[in-house]
Design a protein around this ligand. Structure first.
Ligand code: ZN
Length: 123
């Protein structure tokens, strides 16, 4: 797999501590679910992916740039990431899970992100 995948990135930690403050209980890195979601809220049948804007192509985001060298390579790589994300979300939905994507740039506006998460997860 070509996607760069590291554990405990700063955005993931930020989302986790935000959820923690909100009183949600969750598990991380459940490998038995499609796409290995970063955060799993089993009680709400909800998973959260914390995505980097560059790698996962956050539409309209200023971090979603395309390197000018080797464009073909990059575009193919991005295409692969996008279709993989899409496929995982479809699989999760079929299994009865709701999948939420949190973009790395959203961490900069924690109030807004909190509102969105509460609305999507429910309480
Ligand atoms: Zn973004």
């Amino acid at each position: 797999m070509s996607r760069i995948r590291s554990r405990d990135t700063a955005p993931e930690k930020a989302v986790r501590s935000l959820l923690h403050c909100l009183g949600y209980r969750f598990r991380i890195y459940r490998k038995d679910l499609p796409g290995k979601p970063d955060i799993v809220l089993a009680k709400y049948k909800t998973v959260i992916f914390v995505h980097g804007c560059f790698w996962h192509r956050h539409k309209g985001c200023q971090r979603c740039t395309t390197p000018s060298a080797n464009q073909e390579y990059w575009l193919a790589k991005f295409e692969k990431n996008i279709s993989k994300d899409k496929k995982n979300k479809t699989l999760l939905r079929r299994l009865g899970w709701k999948a939420i994507t949190v973009w790395e740039c959203e961490i900069k506006k924690p109030d807004k992100l909190t509102q969105r998460l509460v609305r999507l997860i429910g309480n």
